[in-house]
Ligand binder design. Structure first.
Ligand code: FAD
Length: 341
């Protein structure tokens, strides 16, 4: 078992792509600052962890956003995200520096990386969290135990999870949950480089093609016809777009699709997205969570396609098709074309 007294500070994984830092990293640093401020007697620092290639010059930006220290792992093998090399580097880094807690954005990358590292180091991980607090009773005894809260049962309930028996306490946190603190360019901090030891430099997985996500260039609130993509349609977004094109409509989506990185937030319908009221809302592979329906249930006509006959979306639909979107959408494209000719 880990000797807890050796573990210290709150570490934040600062995700970047081509040197562009994902905002969620700064949101977590901002929140980590608030957390360490609740336990001043423990003298905890906020440490940013930056992995990539040619990214050393980004460390000061991380400090300006609130980190006391940044550990940079700059290596050619980390140029593009690879589960294998990122997990290898991070596991070694955690074993060396011994963070008391380790926070990662619940982005597609973070959701891939954090559980793998947690499994390797045998640490507890709370996934998809929306709130973090330090248990003040434990803090009085010199233990910075995190109470990490996450939604469950489709967001209808919240559960608080505590990783008492392992270190670091790991969590992935949804983007846009925590506010960004103001940037202070005059902040100073320590920058340290860490060199991992590679057991192999042969990649297990190769990237064949990078598909650009749909960029936010339309206002979904103004569209008369909306074709909504849910997690069930993530594998056939080209078909969803084809249906929208044939209908003269616009593609929008559920929050799951935004969180999984397929579409921009400005396409999101729902409680934390946009409220829409088109003549037609065609929901493809959307379960019908209350938070989604809150943004589209006033549409004049709702038609849904879902392979689960019990899906909640059917309860607010004027018409529903039980089936696989991969099969139904091509038929729909053909029949719209036929109807138009
Ligand atoms: P899932 O719930 O994963 O559902 C996927 C559906 O696709 C399932 O019903 C499945 O049967 C179906 N499916 C799978 N494969 C296929 C296939 N091949 N063919 C046909 N059907 C298939 N969500 C929003 O959308 N907007 C918001 O603004 C929003 N705000 C939120 C705010 C809070 C505070 C919280 C806690 C949550 C919020 N959510 C929001 C998230 C919401 O609770 C749901 O998690 C989300 O809407 C689920 O998206 P989904 O239906 O695409 O994915």
């Amino acid at each position: 078992m880990a000797k807890f007294e050796e573990y210290k500070d709150i570490y934040v994984f600062v995700e970047q792509e081509n040197g562009n830092i994902a905002e969620v990293g700064y949101e977590l640093i901002s929140e980590a600052r608030k957390l360490v401020a609740t336990i001043p007697a423990m003298g905890y620092k906020v440490v940013g962890v930056l992995l990539g290639n040619g990214i050393k010059d980004k460390a000061q930006e991380v400090i300006a956003h609130g980190a006391d220290k940044v550990i940079v792992v700059d290596d050619e093998l980390l140029k593009d995200y690879s589960t294998q090399f990122y997990a290898d580097a991070l596991t070694q880094l955690i074993n060396k520096y011994k963070p008391d807690s380790f926070l990662t954005g619940a982005t597609p990358l973070g959701r891939d990386l954090a559980p793998r590292v947690a499994a390797r180091i045998n640490a507890g991980l709370t996934a998809d969290a929306t709130k973090i607090e330090v248990d003040q009773e434990e803090a009085a005894n010199g233990v910075a135990l995190l109470d990490v809260t996450r939604p469950t049962f489709g967001g209808n309930l919240f559960g608080t999870i505590v990783c008492k028996n392992t270190r670091p306490q790991m969590a992935t946190i949804r983007p846009k949950v925590f506010e960004l603190a103001p940037v202070d360019e005059s902040r100073t901090g320590e920058v340290e480089e860490f060199k991992p030891t590679w057991t192999t430099t042969e990649p297990e997985v190769f990237v064949e093609k990078v598909i650009e996500k749909v960029k936010g260039d339309v206002d979904i609130t103004k569209a008369d016809i909306l074709v909504g993509a849910g997690r069930g349609a993530e594998g056939c977004l080209d078909l969803v777009q084809q249906v929208a094109d044939e209908l003269g409509g616009v593609v929008c989506c559920s929050r799951a699709v935004v969180e999984d990185g397929y579409m921009d937030k400005d396409r999101q319908v729902g409680q934390t997205g946009k409220t829409v009221r088109p003549s037609l809302y065609l929901a493809c592979g959307i379960s019908g969570a209350v938070q989604h329906c809150a943004g589209m249930d006033k549409s004049d006509m709702i038609i849904s396609i879902n392979r689960d006959p019990q899906a909640e979306i059917f309860s607010i639909s004027n018409m529903g098709f039980v089936g696989d979107v991969n099969k139904v959408l091509p038929l729909l494209v053909e029949s719209i074309k036929a109807a138009k000719s």
